[in-house]
Design a protein around this ligand. Sequence first.
Ligand SMILES: Cc1cc2nc3c(=O)[nH]c(=O)nc-3n(C[C@H](O)[C@H](O)[C@H](O)COP(=O)(O)OP(=O)(O)OC[C@H]3O[C@@H](n4cnc5c(N)ncnc54)[C@H](O)[C@@H]3O)c2cc1C
Length: 375
Amino acid sequence: MDAEFVIVGGGVHGLATAYHLALGGAASVTVLEAGVVASGASGGFGERGVRANRRDLRELPLMAEANSLWPTLHEELGAPTGYRRTGGVYLIDGPASTGFKGLDAAEVYAKAHRGLGVVAEVWDRRRVEREYPGISPAVQGASFVQTDGVASHAKTTEAYAQAARRLGVQVVEQTHVADLEVDAAGRVRAVITAQGERIRVGREVLLANNTGVRDLVLAAAGQELPLWSVYPQALRLRSLVAPQIPMLTGHETRPLSVKVLGDELMLSGGWRGRATPAGGVPDEERIRGNIAVLEAVFPYLTGLEVVDADVSRAESASVDQIPIIGRCGPNLSVATGWSGHGWAIAPVVARHLATMLLHDSRSALLAPFSPDRFH
Ligand SMILES: Cc1cc2nc3c(=O)[nH]c(=O)nc-3n(C[C@H](O)[C@H](O)[C@H](O)COP(=O)(O)OP(=O)(O)OC[C@H]3O[C@@H](n4cnc5c(N)ncnc54)[C@H](O)[C@@H]3O)c2cc1C
């Protein structure tokens, strides 16, 4: 099982990077996954937002490129991704109260989007009412991005796994990486599994194991990445009344993100499960809080029934809420710290990261996310 490139983590980032490494000519690539493919944040029910709207400005160029990849990604991978371009809206309550929020800030973001060729508009109350009949009178406007949409995270991750395997990548499940063997010069020589197996590393190790990256980097490179584990709350709801929510919808100041899945709703928006040493645990109060925000913004949605509440999928959050991508040692790279929005950019991060690793080059698009920014 020795390999030129060893990747830890079989989520979307590990598998997509493995696919691009193999496509780019890597001699051998092995992905080691503790559970099964997509058993972390890249799995579970529903859809993930493919959203540029209100994204950190440093991530916008990545999203502009991702927008051109998502519509045909299923053709490239030869399997469905469930991608749908719905358009995306961020609802805004009231006019600007500070420089950070409100309709004035929305204009700034829309201009930044348009500069990258993305169709973005600021809507007034009348336009919002037309698209969202029955919405709360508190909503005074919205930012709209035409190219936003949703994709099935489980299907896309599986599609990357299949495409990578077809190119000869070994995807090894039920294999937890417990340690990295490092020589005196700081090079990772081997990856050690929990079963005691030693997998020799020909060239590079990529840690794409999300919340598990921090501990492995600390042990192998002595670097403390400013990362924490969070357990995002995702609810599946049934509503007695048909929701008039035509797009991927978030709210600028209220913790709300909602997608319509057939006759159900998927609700999230920054709420989290309770963190325990054993993982995320659902918290009744936070579930009720999440639903109360939905009802406040869409007052006609009554009789909502919780079908499922998932807080089991750990996600890494970085201190500055943008990813950490790049080298932490001579042949040790990381891709982590997604802070709840690592899904949409995965296809483009993987392309650029694979090129960097194959050619030992730099990527201007990934430069803002380098671990070097912390020291
Ligand atoms: C509920 C929820 C909603 C989200 N919504 C959005 C959204 O709308 N838009 C968006 O852009 N992003 C969203 N995200 C974030 C996005 O899903 C994640 O950023 C992305 O899936 C992370 O992918 P990954 O491959 O880095 O990590 P993961 O999918 O977590 O994969 C890491 C893998 O590593 C494995 N692993 C861990 N430790 C080890 C080890 N020591 N050895 C071997 N394997 C190991 C795990 O089992 C796991 O399968 C959401 C996340 C959640 C949880």
